[in-house]
Design a protein around this ligand. Sequence first.
Ligand code: MG
Length: 272
Amino acid sequence: MTKLRLCVTTALASVFLLVALSHSVLKPHATAQEGPNWHNGLPRQHESQWLVHDLRRPLPEVVTPGVRAQDAPSDAIMLLDGTNLDHWVYRKGGAPAAWLVKDGFIELNHTGSIQTKEKFEDVQLHIEWANPAEPKGVSQVRGNSGIFFMGRYEVQIVDSFNNRTYADGSAASLYGQHPPLVNACRQSGEWQTYDIIFRAPRFDGDKLVEPARVTMFHNGVLVHFNQKFFGSTSYRALAKYSPHGPGPVQIQDHGDRQPMRFRNIWARRLKL
Ligand code: MG
């Protein structure tokens, strides 16, 4: 009797599994609402191989977001959690980075710019930074650092709170090229966030096909929308492009001996 019950249970379980499988494999995204004639009469979507509401269209990959908006989501590479500099080397020479690591952040100690070991192309980058609470210097010599994408394209970090400098050198500017839409700087010494979507330039051999582009939020405020870089960052000169492959994210040591702080840096590789 027990054997018979076991057989029946196993058979029922198999049938149930088969039905479930056939539904998930043959109609991967169907819900009870969509019937067998769902695709009849649906037009082909603009610029797409798929129909409008196509049940066969692949679903977006699931990403678990961080608890707070500034926390790394599940598909991010944690580049700096504030406990070590394992992902970072010096830009010059490539030795392991030795900025100060303390209390969950790193501090610039005038030993040179650093860069990630990883190379990136299209990327979403989150970074938090703080100027010294008692600012020194004026214009560009006040909390100057910067984020260089692919080792070439700088998003400026500088203390722009009550500190006048040229517009295309302000905090969150694409340095030397585009001022931010607004100045969203917090007071000196407060932690600030950049959330940057960087689209790498496209080259066909030596020829530029599409420039690098940036969409960016400073402390949650939109400061660039799909803004283009005119070329690699330059000083007192017109920017221009030269072809290159993937490159690191760099943090600038501007050489002013100001103890800039950074924390919670993470990146998501994108294909835009
Ligand atoms: Mg800079």
